[in-house]
Design a protein. Sequence first.
Length: 72
Amino acid sequence: MILRERIGQNIQNLRHSRNLSQEELSLIAEVDRSYISKIELARNSASADKLEQIAHALGVDPQELLDPRGKP
């Protein structure tokens, strides 16, 4: 799995675990909803700044977006 796919899956899993829609996450993170969608689908690579915004909106350390799934 390429890193872009891992990040997208981690964002999607974290978002679902918090019962957030893409729209809700985008409002909290202050990024466009379509951008969230493209990241989750691994169609876009996110900058470090945007990943940090998304991670903070999800209440996690940015490193959690990079970690393999299932890793505590």
